[in-house]
Design a protein around this ligand. Sequence first.
Ligand code: CU
Length: 113
Amino acid sequence: MSFDFFRSVRAGIAIAFVVPAILASAAPPSTVDVHIEKFTYGPKEITVAPGTKVIWINRDETPHTVTSTDKSFASKGLDTDDKFEQTFAKEGDFNYLCTVHPFMTGVVHVRKQ
Ligand SMILES: [Cu+2]
């Protein structure tokens, strides 16, 4: 085996392991969008990994809120195109509703994936 062979093996290892590690560490925290449209959260039920930021966007002409049933998070009244963000650090099931229209409900399941 020549010196060049081992050098190319080392280069291959660097590309196989170091480059993906750099890309993974540079990846921004993942986000998931939930659209509020026609008095419905869409999707109404989502499952995300811990650390995910969920962004609700009100696409209705009517104000809505995103209010957790255990009061751990609550938006203000969202006008058309307003957004509300919540990052879910811990695992669990987070139910929420619209306080203006309590028949509007949704849930965020946070699970290690
Ligand atoms: Cu509403």
